[in-house]
Design a protein around this ligand. Structure first.
Ligand SMILES: Nc1ncnc2c1ncn2[C@@H]1O[C@H](COP(=O)(O)OP(=O)(O)O)[C@@H](O)[C@H]1O
Ligand SMILES: [Mg+2]
Length: 347
C-alpha cells in the first residue's frame, strides 16, 4: 500500500476488533490500536511505553522476557510465528482466554502481536460440553431403566425355564446355561457403560466422592495400586469445572492403567477457596518419545490427551504434562477461580 501513510494505517487498524500491538525487542509497546480498550480496559495512550507483560498473567509475564531473548538469539519460536491460545490479563486483573499470533518485522526491530478475544468461543465450548454431559446422563438413565430392566427380566425367565427341565434334558440345560452366561456377561457390560456415562454421583456428591468411587473401581482391575489423597473442601462449584476436572482425572488414570506399565498411580486433589489442583502421577515408563511434549503442550497425541488439553483450556485451567522414563508421567491441572491470581504464579 504505497499511498498509505501512518495515519491511514492507524485508522485501518482502529476498525479492527482484534488487538494489534507493535512492541520493540524489550517488549515495550510502541503502537496499539483502539481495540485494546474494550478488550483489555487500557486506553491506547496508557499502554504505549509500558511493557507488553502488563497484559499477561504473572506466570507468563515472568517467562516472557526469556522467550523473547531466546527467540532473538536462536530464532526458536514459542508463540512467534505459530499462534497460540493463552490467558490474558485485563486491567482490572481478571483473566480471559485469547488467541495470539506474533510475527517479527523483517526490516525493523519490532514484533507485531495480533490478539483475538476467545471468551465467547470458550463459553460456547463450555456450554457444548455441558450439553454433552446432560445427554450422557440421559442415555445412561435410559440404558439403566430400559435395557437394564429388560435384561434382568430375561435372566429371570431363563431361570424359571431351567428349573422346569428334568434331568433327561441335559443338552437343553447346557444350552440354557450358555445363554444365561452370555446374558450375565452383557448385563455386566451394560452396567460398566452406564457407570462410564453417568455423572450422577458427581452432580450429587461432588468431585471428591466421584473420584473416590472411580479410584476404588480402578483398584479392582489389580493392574496398579491407585491412591487418592484429598485436601481441603470448597463450596459447590460451577458444574462445568467439576465435570471437566473429573473427566481429565479419569482419562489420565485410565491412560496410566492402560499404557504406563505402572505399579503405582497417585492421584491428589487439593481444593482451596480460590483454586483446585489435580495431580495424576504414575511410576510407569513415561510417554513415548514420538509423542512430543513441548512447553507441556502436546504436538501429536491421541484423542485422550488432546481432550485433556481441551477440557483444561475450556475451564481456563493451567495444564502441565511432564514425563520421564525413570519417574513416569505426571499431569498437573490447576484451576483458579476467575478473578483470582494464578496459584504458584511466582514459583
Ligand atoms: N501415563 C502414560 N504412560 C505411558 N504412556 C502414555 C500414558 N498416557 C498416554 N500414553 C501414551 O500416549 C498415547 C496417547 O494417549 P491418548 O491420547 O490418551 O490416546 P489412547 O489412550 O486412546 O491411546 C497412548 O497411546 C500411549 O502410548
Ligand atoms: Mg487414553
Amino acid at each position: 500500500m504505497p499511498d498509505t501513510d501512518g495515519e491511514e494505517l492507524q485508522a485501518i487498524l482502529n476498525t479492527m476488533t482484534d488487538v494489534v500491538i507493535m512492541a520493540d525487542y524489550h517488549g515495550t509497546v510502541v503502537q496499539v490500536n483502539q481495540a485494546v480498550e474494550p478488550m483489555f480496559g487500557y486506553q491506547p495512550s496508557l499502554l504505549i511505553g509500558q511493557n507488553i507483560s502488563v497484559l499477561m498473567p504473572e506466570a507468563h509475564a515472568n517467562a516472557h522476557q526469556s522467550y523473547m531473548a531466546r527467540y532473538l538469539q536462536a530464532g526458536i519460536p514459542r508463540i512467534i510465528g505459530v499462534g497460540r491460545e493463552l490467558a490474558a490479563k485485563h486491567k482490572d486483573s481478571h483473566l480471559f482466554p485469547i488467541h495470539i499470533s506474533v510475527s517479527k518485522l523483517e526490516q525493523y526491530p519490532f514484533f507485531i502481536a495480533v490478539i483475538r478475544d476467545m471468551s465467547e468461543l470458550v463459553k460456547l465450548e463450555k456450554e457444548a460440553l455441558l450439553i454433552s454431559e446432560i445427554e450422557r446422563n440421559r442415555i445412561s438413565r435410559e440404558l439403566h431403566d430400559e435395557l437394564g430392566q429388560n435384561l434382568l427380566g430375561l435372566t429371570m425367565q431363563l431361570q424359571v425355564i431351567t428349573r422346569q427341565l428334568t434331568a433327561a434334558d441335559y443338552q437343553l440345560q447346557l444350552q440354557l446355561q450358555n445363554l444365561s452366561n452370555g446374558l450375565a456377561h452383557n448385563v455386566n457390560n451394560i452396567r460398566a457403560i452406564i457407570s462410564e456415562l453417568a455423572t450422577v454421583e458427581l452432580e450429587e456428591q461432588g468431585l471428591q466422592s466421584a473420584l473416590n468411587t472411580f479410584v476404588k473401581l480402578c483398584n479392582n482391575y489389580n493392574k496398579a495400586k491407585v491412591t487418592l489423597i484429598c485436601e481441603g473442601q470448597r463450596p459447590a462449584e460451577d458444574y462445568t469445572v467439576t465435570i471437566n476436572l473429573y473427566r481429565i482425572a479419569r482419562e489420565a488414570i485410565y491412560n496410566a492403567l492402560k499404557h504406563a506399565d505402572a505399579s503405582q498411580i497417585d492421584v491428589s486433589l487439593k481444593q482451596q477457596d480460590n483454586s483446585i489442583e489435580l495431580v495424576i502421577q504414575d511410576n510407569g515408563k513415561g510417554l513415548p518419545s514420538d509423542l512430543n511434549v513441548r512447553d507441556s503442550r502436546l504436538i501429536n497425541s491421541g484423542h485422550g490427551l488432546r481432550n485433556i488439553h481441551f477440557r483444561a483450556h475450556v475451564i481456563g485451567a493451567e495444564l502441565t504434562i511432564s514425563s520421564a522414563a525413570a519417574t513416569g508421567t505426571r499431569i498437573v491441572c490447576r484451576y483458579n477461580q476467575p478473578g483470582t491470581k494464578l496459584a504458584g504464579a511466582n514459583a
